[in-house]
Design a protein around this ligand. Structure first.
Ligand SMILES: Nc1ncnc2c1ncn2[C@@H]1O[C@H](COP(=O)(O)OP(=O)(O)OP(=O)(O)O)[C@@H](O)[C@H]1O
Ligand SMILES: [Mg+2]
Length: 234
C-alpha cells in the first residue's frame, strides 16, 4: 500500500472530530474521499500531514509510520498536500510560484518541470509572467497544485480540487488529474458530490460526522442510491 490509515482519531480542543478513520490507497490509484460540508474531509487530510496537533492512530506512508513526524518531514518523504484555501504567493509570478516548490527528482515518483505543468494546465502556460494575486480562483487552484507537483511527490492529497471552478475548468482539472495518474502519481482527492469524483476515481470512501461510512468502487456507489442520498449532496 502507498498510504494506509487506521484508527485515526482527531480533536480540536475538546471536540472529537474523527472517529477511528481508516482507509488505504494503492500505488498509482486515484481515490476519492467523499463527504458533505463539515464531514471531516479536510481534518482527515490535515491529520495525515501533521497539521492537527491532537491526533492518534497509524499513518503508514510507503510502509513507514509517519504519525509522529513533523509536517515538513512528511512532505520531504514525497507526500504532497494541497489545502482547500488555495494559497499562491500573490506578489510572485506564475513561474516564480513554481520555483518556490521545486525539489530534486525523487526515485519512484514522476519528475515535473514548468513546461510539463504548462502542458497539464494550458491556462497557466499562457500567463507565466502574471502575478499570483491577479489570477482567478480557478487559475490559482491550478497553480497551487502545480507548485506542489514541483516537489515531485509520489502521492498528493487534493482538498476539493474542483471547488468553485467554472464547468469548463472542471473538465481541465479532471484531465489534469488523469494525466497525473498516467505519470504514476497516487492521488487522494476530497469532494462533496459524485459528479467530479466519478470522472477520475478508481474507488471512493464516504466520510460522515467523522466516520467512514462506505468503501467501494464508484460503480458500487452508483448502484447504491440509498447510501449516496444518505451521506452525499446530490
Ligand atoms: N480549527 C477548527 N476548530 C474547531 N473545529 C473545527 C476546526 N476546523 C474544523 N472544525 C470542525 O470539524 C468538523 C469537520 O470539519 P472539516 O473542515 O474537516 O470538514 P470538511 O469535510 O472538510 O468540510 P467542507 O466540505 O466544508 O470543507 C466540522 O464540524 C468543523 O466545524
Ligand atoms: Mg474541507
Amino acid at each position: 500500500m502507498k498510504l494506509s490509515i487506521s484508527g485515526l482519531n482527531s480533536f480540536y480542543g475538546r471536540a472529537h472530530i474523527l472517529f477511528d478513520v481508516g482507509f488505504e490507497i494503492g500505488e498509482g490509484e486515484v481515490v476519492a474521499l467523499l463527504g458533505r460540508n463539515g464531514a471531516g474531509k479536510s481534518t482527515t487530510f490535515r491529520s495525515i500531514v501533521g497539521l492537527v496537533a491532537q491526533r492518534r492512530g497509524q499513518i503508514l506512508f510507503e510502509g513507514v509510520d509517519v504519525s509522529r513526524e513533523a509536517t515538513y518531514e512528511i512532505a520531504r518523504r514525497g507526500l504532497g498536500y494541497v489545502p482547500e484555501d488555495r494559497r499562491v504567493f500573490t506578489e510572485l509570478t506564475v513561474e516564480e510560484n513554481l520555483e518556490v516548490g521545486r525539489q530534486p527528482p525523487r526515485a519512484g515518483a514522476p519528475t515535473w518541470t514548468p513546461e510539463k505543468l504548462f502542458a497539464l494546465f494550458p491556462n497557466l502556460g499562457e500567463m507565466r509572467g502574471r502575478l499570483g494575486g491577479r489570477m482567478s480562483g480557478g487559475e490559482q487552484q491550478m497553480l497551487t497544485i502545480s507548485r506542489t507537483l514541483m516537489g515531485n511527490p509520489s502521492l498528493v492529497l487534493l482538498d476539493e480540487p474542483s471547488e468553485g471552478l467554472a464547468p469548463k475548468i472542471v473538465e481541465q482539472m479532471a484531465d489534469a488529474i488523469l494525466s497525473m495518474k498516467r505519470e504514476g502519481l497516487s492521488v487522494v482527492l476530497s469532494e462533496q458530490n459524485l459528479h467530479f469524483a466519478r470522472l477520475i476515481s478508481d474507488r471512493a470512501y464516504i466520510i460522515e460526522k467523522g466516520r467512514i461510512r462506505f468503501s467501494g468502487t464508484i460503480a458500487e456507489l452508483e448502484a447504491n442510491p440509498d447510501i449516496r442520498d444518505a451521506y452525499l449532496s446530490v
